[in-house]
Design a protein around this ligand. Structure first.
Ligand code: ATP
Ligand code: MG
Length: 157
């Protein structure tokens, strides 16, 4: 099987980072292979709403469309910078093309599989667990991707 395109779903967790190291090894051995990194931003709006508790006037928030666009853009910038810091630092010396993608969604596994199908990747490399606190072998995202992805999935423990 020739693996030209690898998709790495990345959530900033330790297992996802181990998946990145696994992908790196493959990329080193195959300089023409490409890496696609996808981060799905989940619940960004909740994070913002929590910060409203610090509002000293206790005023009810009224958001205009422009406010919401600004909040979203700030979230995109923050996460994109964090992604580049992690991924670029690790893959610095590699020649392989690397694409970093950020998407907003609630159904994370579905979004990952949809994207994997769109870019027509040959392999998905992901962590078995992520940022969730529950124990067990697989998290809900890795389980969902394993169940419905049409291409091979390498799950890193
Ligand atoms: P749960 O989310 O069900 O509480 P968990 O967080 O321990 O469990 P998962 O979320 O399934 O485990 O994470 C497994 C792997 O899925 C991660 O290592 C990462 O590769 C990928 N993943 C999880 N969440 C995201 C996300 N938001 N964007 C991109 N990839 C993700
Ligand atoms: Mg998770």
């Amino acid at each position: 099987m020739e693996i030209k395109k690898i998709l790495l779903p990345y959530d900033f967790s330790e297992p996802a980072h181990r998946a990145l190291l696994e992908a790196k090894e493959y990329l080193q051995a195959n300089p023409k292979s490409e890496l696609y990194v996808l981060h799905v931003a989940v619940g960004a709006e909740n994070e913002y709403l929590m910060n409203l508790d610090d509002d000293p006037l206790g005023t009810l928030p009224v958001f205009t469309r422009a406010d919401i666009q600004e909040i979203k853009q700030r979230e995109i910038d923050k996460r994109m910078t964090a992604l580049h810091n992690k991924i670029d630092a690790e893959l610095d010396e590699l020649e392989n093309p690397v694409h970093i993608e950020l998407m907003f969604a609630t159904a994370t596994a579905e979004k990952i599989v949809k994207y994997a199908t769109k870019i027509d990747c040959d392999l998905i490399i992901m962590g078995a667990r992520g940022l969730g606190a529950l124990r067990g072998l697989l998290g809900s995202v890795s389980y969902g991707v394993l169940r419905s992805a049409p291409m091979p999935v390498l799950v890193v423990k």
